[in-house]
Write a protein that binds this ligand. Structure first.
Ligand code: SF4
Ligand code: SF4
Length: 428
């Protein structure tokens, strides 16, 4: 059995074996720093020890639900990457185990919720396109409750409910103005089918700085499938996305991402997974919306007066990994905002992990530590839609949580409206 796990994990089995059991990863791991962290097998270090034991001795048996449950306590926050002296790609090792599990026991052995989440893209795509009356029925309380029960989602979990409409249609109607600098926008599934307003606000904000967006052919980034262990499916999506985005890069365009997950996938995961020149070229062309905004503010091409705006900045796990927190803070402060504080704790959502009933209690406990740090301020900037939804849900809607570019666009829009109001009243 141990040789099977070794065969299936390949190079990542060797990575697990390099662990020197120092426990440094425990000091930053959100699930380890919770009330279950005193149980060795439920810590980050414990998961590595477990894998080593299974790889070398065949015990415990690696392909049991109990074993997988322990591995699934890694929520993929990437915080441990900075502290591991052996430089082990810990979350990828865990994802590699999940891939091995699926191959060994079959997809049917995954929980109902995991199997549903593996089809997240077609589900939200269908809902976003359903006529409004049908969507109202499908997303009404009774069917939503049923959906939660079937998918084993917690009753209070903030599910990604499509607001209606899709970005494809919007961009078809709103072609780029000629003669302007143009970027190709990779929106990913959330902005595409769940909350198109994320993409619309990005486009409108960038237009004020003279930048236009094209919307190339694209597919789900595969970030959820990646975490679940469906690597072969991710590789197919990656190849299709890279083919399409490479054409844009050849036209001299950079690739804009408005979610940290898609920046991560295009910039780091695709080149590793595909290991070809095209994916490396696309990776180098990626610009995250926060990097872009900071650059535009620096060069004076994007301006706004944010004096009087005092948000708290939530430095999300992926923002930290991608070094984006400083970019966001810098841009807002240059525009006159006063960042009331920066909080670095994990919100406990772990992508979609915190939505499952079996994880919700722990997810809420982890998020509770963040809430205490947020203080009484009303407005929070959080660069991750799932983190934003988690904070809104945990505070029962008492905190306004915005993506940074959306918050900025709201200020710019307000200034434009005020300007127009003054000029129209002067003219009349
Ligand atoms: S990725 Fe996050 S949850 Fe997973 S072991 Fe590292 S610190 Fe813990
Ligand atoms: S920090 Fe790295 S080497 Fe140390 S216990 Fe964690 S995985 Fe092992």
């Amino acid at each position: 059995m141990s040789s099977t796990l070794r065969d299936l994990m390949g190079a990542y089995a060797d990575e697990a074996e390099r662990c020197i059991r120092c426990g440094f990863c425990n000091s930053v791991c959100p699930t380890t720093l919770s009330s279950i962290g005193h149980i060795p097998s439920r810590t980050s270090r414990g998961r590595l020890v477990l894998l080593q034991s299974s790889l070398n001795n065949g015990t415990p048996h690696p392909f049991t639900p109990r074993f997988k449950e322990l591995i699934d306590l890694c929520i993929g926050c990437l915080r441990c990457l900075n502290v591991c002296p052996a430089r082990i790609p810990i979350p990828t090792v865990m994802s590699s185990y999940r891939r091995a599990y699926i191959i060994a026991v079959g997809e049917k052995m995954l929980s109902r919720g995991e199997r549903m989440v593996a089809h997240y893209e077609p589900i939200v795509k269908y809902l976003s396109r359903a006529p409004a009356p049908l969507r109202k029925i499908l997303l009404g309380k009774p069917l939503l409750q049923l959906f939660r029960r079937i998918g084993e989602f917690a009753d209070d979990a903030p599910l990604p409910i499509p607001e209606g409409g899709a970005l494809d249609k919007y961009f078809k109607k709103n072609a780029p103005r000629p003669g302007h600098r143009t970027l190709a926008y990779f929106s990913d599934t959330y902005a595409r089918f769940v909350k198109p307003s994320v993409g619309i606000s990005a486009r409108e904000l960038l237009r004020t700085a003279g930048i236009e967006l094209t919307y190339p052919r694209q597919y789900d980034s595969g970030v959820i499938l990646w975490e679940l262990g469906f690597w072969e499916r991710v590789a197919k999506l990656a190849a299709r996305n890279v083919d399409s985005l490479f054409e844009e890069v050849e036209k001299g365009r950079r690739i804009l991402c408005t979610s940290p997950a898609s920046t991560l996938m295009l910039r780091e995961v695709y080149p590793k997974l595909l290991d070809n020149e095209k994916s490396r070229t696309v990776s180098e062309a990626v610009v995250d919306i926060n990097e872009l905004i900071n650059g535009l503010v620096e060069s004076g091409r994007l301006s706004a007066n944010l004096s009087g705006f005092s948000p708290i900045l939530h430095s999300t796990c992926l923002s930290q990994h991608l070094n984006l927190t400083g970019q966001i803070a810098e841009a807002f402060e240059k525009l006159g905002a006063h960042i009331e504080g920066v909080v670095t704790e994990c919100c406990g959502s772990g992508g979609l992990w915190g939505l499952f009933r079996k994880n919700r209690k722990l997810s809420t406990e982890i998020g509770g530590i963040l809430l205490k740090r947020l203080g009484p301020g009303d407005t929070v900037l959080s660069y991750s839609e799932t983190c934003a939804q988690q904070v809104i849900s945990l505070t029962h809607g008492k905190k306004a949580v915005h993506l940074p570019h959306e918050a900025l666009y709201n200020w710019v829009k307000r200034a434009i409206t005020q300007y127009q109001a003054v000029h129209i009243s002067q003219a009349s």
